[in-house]
Design a protein around this ligand. Structure first.
Ligand SMILES: [Zn+2]
Length: 284
């Protein structure tokens, strides 16, 4: 095997900025691994010049600080479409973004499922399920002649996630057994001890608040936080309320989740549809 210290030398050149700030974590922006024969861009929240050397892009999840700059990167490419690896929900979110910027034809989507492996040039990649505040997150292992790289993406160890898709700790243990030569990892509050409660624990609190509200309830949350939105919908339905979504990103995310069958049991509508329905019933 080639010199493994190569990976560490390269890692030292990567940007490590704004740790402690949500949306700007080490793994949360973009990390370009410049390995001879192949440059891999893991996620892309900004578009630095070194990202322009990328041969492939690997997106761990669909948060904007991981996908937001991809349209700007693709604008700079005028050759063959660049391979973009991601899970179904991540690529569904990207689809809308790239179409909006009219660069969809510059990306060649390669949909992967955690648990699968793929070959990229002279390297092999393995994709591992991780839980995060957005569905379909993954970690990526790349086997190179210089050693293996494990990029965890953003993650949360939630033992009882809403969709039942927990972080694949067994797969991570297997990778540890094989030997990881470069670990790239960060997670919100990583320096705090203890655990964050499961997303599932939010449901009863929402239900209590919504059931006690005398009138309209307005909930704000990240549009990509499908599991949180699901719990709001569940709480609203159990209180026989109608849910209306407001905002372009919110509508896009919800639609993508519905199409992929990500846990969704709702007759929820857009705000316009809700108002139209209410008018038709003479309620407005
Ligand atoms: Zn994230």
């Amino acid at each position: 095997m080639a010199d493994k210290s190569f990976l560490v030398q390269k890692f030292a050149k990567l940007p490590l900025n704004a740790v402690h700030v949500v949306g700007y974590s080490v793994a949360g922006e973009e990390t370009v691994c410049q390995i001879p024969e192949l440059n891999v861009c893991f996620d892309i929240g900004r578009c630095p010049h070194f990202a322009l050397t990328s041969d492939i892009v690997c997106i761990t999840h669909g948060h904007m600080d991981h996908i937001g700059a991809l349209p700007y990167l693709l604008r700079e490419f005028d050759g063959d479409p660049i391979p973009v690896y991601g899970t179904a929900f991540t690529l569904a979110l990207l689809e809308g973004q790239l179409e909006e910027h009219q660069v969809r034809d510059r990306a060649e989507f390669r949909q992967v499922t955690p648990g699968e492996a793929a070959v990229a040039g002279p390297f092999s990649m393995r994709f591992l399920r991780v839980t995060h505040s957005i569905p379909d997150g993954m970690a990526v292992v790349i086997e190179t002649p210089y050693g293996s790289i494990l990029h965890t993406g953003d993650f949360k160890i939630d033992q009882t996630p809403l969709d039942g898709r927990a972080t694949d700790l067994h797969a991570l243990a297997e990778e540890a057994g094989r030997g990881v030569h470069l670990l790239m990892s960060d997670s919100t509050n990583a320096e705090e001890s203890g655990y964050t409660d499961s997303e599932r624990s939010v449901g009863p609190v929402l239900q209590d608040i919504i059931s006690r509200a005398p009138q309209l309830v307005v909930v704000a949350c990240f549009s990509s936080h499908i599991h949180r939105i699901q719990q709001v919908v569940n709480a609203a339905r159990s209180d026989e309320r109608v849910v209306a979504f407001l905002g372009r990103s919110m509508l896009q995310s919800v639609e993508a989740a519905r199409e992929l069958g990500i846990e969704w049991r709702s007759s929820a509508e857009t705000l316009a549809e809700t108002i139209a329905g209410a008018r038709a019933q003479g309620l407005i």
